[in-house]
Ligand binder design. Structure first.
Ligand code: GLC
Length: 558
């Protein structure tokens, strides 16, 4: 039986920066509703909203203070229900972002624990430990910098926070906590959402011995003691039984921090009853020299290709399923990072699009990607908003970088690069708000905006439309097998998608120079997708222009 989700595409909305209807400078639920026709025109199937629950917004909503209420910043529950109705009426679906590794310290559970200590029924919902030799229980590092433990003097214990100090990790060892989470997830499923994107869900299970790390390498920050931890598969199977199994078509995608292919095979193999698919981030670390995010380096193309091949082939072999993406609210814009947003914006954006959308898995588009939105290129620290970027700015200077050098690093690595307001038109603030946007609009909105792009007969937007339609029409794209081709090519990423009756080849030139490709085993047939007008080829060889990408039908060479 055909699994219907395989021909669908997901569109990620960052509500805060999508469209503001109230003039307070912050996007809202009504704003998403107003733009549904635009999303329908694009042709996406599933909308993923990043968190809109009540939150102090220290980490833009990933610090949830009330799981069952909409933050007034974004609107009301009635607004949400109206949005959901409209999404469904238009033949689309909606998934919520669910953060169950931690809550905000403003959450009533944590506040009760703080007030009453071990007497509180919620104390054991969090992870508390005594000090060891007068210091923090372990040397684990917070992913946003500094120790992962915070001391609470009146309780004389530390609590764990793998992220910000206001994001306290939940104790998944406690069955009562787990039951409360499942009940809350069913509450949302009952409203009629299609499912969840599960935030950092492979961090739920911590090694209960709480060992110290060696700190010998940049990666030795404690993560091996909680990444894909001891009971993680058990927890996800229980979540499946308690929540997803009640909703047969539930859509679930797990965000997997620093994971492995073996674990992702287990997370997504349908026989294991855990999740439908997983995000991994290895391909987005190919410009982290020695694993260091806060540094400037060109991306390592051979490593990128190897990672794509390994994950595509590995997940296929394990009967797993990948979520495919370049961009999200935590990543700089791909066009600025892997393409050329100055000289070849159309060519490089469309090449990157085909590279992802042709692979085996479910593609995700992040708002603005379909317009070719670029990095923010902010020039002053005052323009940054993200807690991670602000911490990094301080930390870099403590390490001896000048403020200019630190800013230059933020310009290429900050998460704020993708959190800038959606560029709708050429009016003030790119048509995002009539007020003052919470984060500055990028100056290039006068040329890069939805209204302008939609008028162009051939645009990045129309290229995405074509890819989304193709996924609906071609079984080789939605369900075909994956195989590498020209794997050793220095500048081209190539692969084959095939069913017993059809063979397609995707070739993507990742550089601003021409590249020659020879296909020893195939004869080039019909050109199905091409981001140039021409495609220069003979029977078995072709020349790709700067950032040219093609999807072609091939026949076995005789
Ligand atoms: C995920 C989110 C990110 C957030 C973090 C902590 O990685 O995508 O935005 O900061 O989890 O919840």
């Amino acid at each position: 039986m055909m699994q219907t989700f395989k021909n669908k595409t997901v569109y990620q909305i960052y509500p805060k920066s999508f469209f503001d209807t109230t003039g307070n400078g912050i996007g809202d639920i009504q704003g998403i509703k107003a733009k549904l026709p635009y999303l329908q025109t694009l042709g996406v199937d599933i909308l993923w909203l990043t968190p809109i629950y009540v939150s102090p917004q220290r980490d833009n909503g990933y610090d949830i203070a009330d799981y069952k209420q909409i933050d007034p910043l974004f609107g009301t529950m009635a607004d949400f229900e109206a949005l959901l109705n409209d999404v469904n009426a238009r033949g689309m679906q909606l998934i919520m972002d669910m953060v169950v590794n931690h809550t905000s310290t403003d959450h009533a559970w944590f506040q009760d624990a703080l007030a009453k200590g071990p007497e509180s029924p919620y104390y054991d919902f969090y992870i508390w430990r005594d000090s060891v030799n007068g210091a923090a229980p372990t040397n684990w590092q917070s992913k946003f910098g500094g120790s992962a433990w915070e001391y609470v003097p009146h309780l004389q214990q530390y609590y764990l926070h793998l992220f910000d100090v206001t994001q306290a990790d939940l104790n998944w060892e406690n069955p009562k906590l787990r039951a409360a989470i499942y009940e809350m997830m069913r509450f949302w499923m009952e409203k009629g959402i299609a499912g969840f994107r599960l935030d950092v869900v492979n961090l739920l299970s911590k090694d209960q011995a709480f060992p110290n790390d060696t700190l010998a390498t940049p990666m030795a920050d404690g993560r091996k003691f909680y990444t894909d931890g001891p009971r993680i598969h058990e927890h996800l199977q229980e979540m499946h039984t308690e929540v997803f199994a009640h909703y047969p078509d539930a859509f679930t995608v797990g965000e997997m921090s620093s994971t492995t292919i073996e674990h992702c095979q287990r997370y997504t193999n349908p026989d294991n009853h855990e999740l439908l698919m997983t995000f991994n981030f290895h391909h987005l670390k190919v410009d982290y020299p020695n694993g260091e995010k806060w540094a400037i380096a060109p991306f390592d193309f051979q490593q990128l290709k190897k990672l794509f091949y390994d994950w595509q082939l590995g997940m296929q072999a394990g009967n797993g399923w990948n979520a495919l993406f370049w961009c999200n609210h935590d990543q700089p814009r791909a066009i600025s990072r892997f393409g050329d947003d100055q000289k070849y914006p159309y060519e490089s954006a469309t090449m990157l699009a085909l590279a992802i959308h042709g692979m085996q898995g479910t593609p995700y588009i992040y708002q603005g990607e379909e317009l070719g939105m670029t990095n923010a290129y902010y020039t002053s620290i005052d323009q940054y908003r993200d807690v991670e970027a602000l911490n990094a700015y301080q930390n870099l200077q403590q390490k001896g970088y000048t403020s200019e050098e630190a800013l230059a690093i933020l310009q290429v690595k900050s998460r704020d690069n993708s959190r800038t307001p959606m560029q709708w038109n050429t009016t003030k603030n790119a048509g995002f708000t009539s007020g003052t946007p919470w984060i500055p609009v990028i100056a290039n909105y006068e040329t890069i905006n939805a209204e302008t792009v939609l008028q162009q007969p051939q645009s990045i937007f129309s290229f995405y439309q074509q890819l989304l339609q193709l996924r609906k029409q071609s079984q080789a794209i939605s369900e075909g097998s994956f195989q590498a081709v020209v794997a050793d090519h220095p500048t081209v990423y190539g692969y084959i998608r095939a069913t017993p009756t059809e063979k397609l080849v995707v070739l993507c030139n990742f550089y601003g120079q021409e590249s020659d490709v020879i296909l020893p085993d195939f004869e080039i047939g019909e050109v199905i997708v091409n981001n140039y007008v021409e495609f220069e080829h003979t029977r078995q060889a072709c020349k790709l222009q700067p950032y040219q990408a093609v999807l072609i039908r091939v026949n076995e060479a005789v």
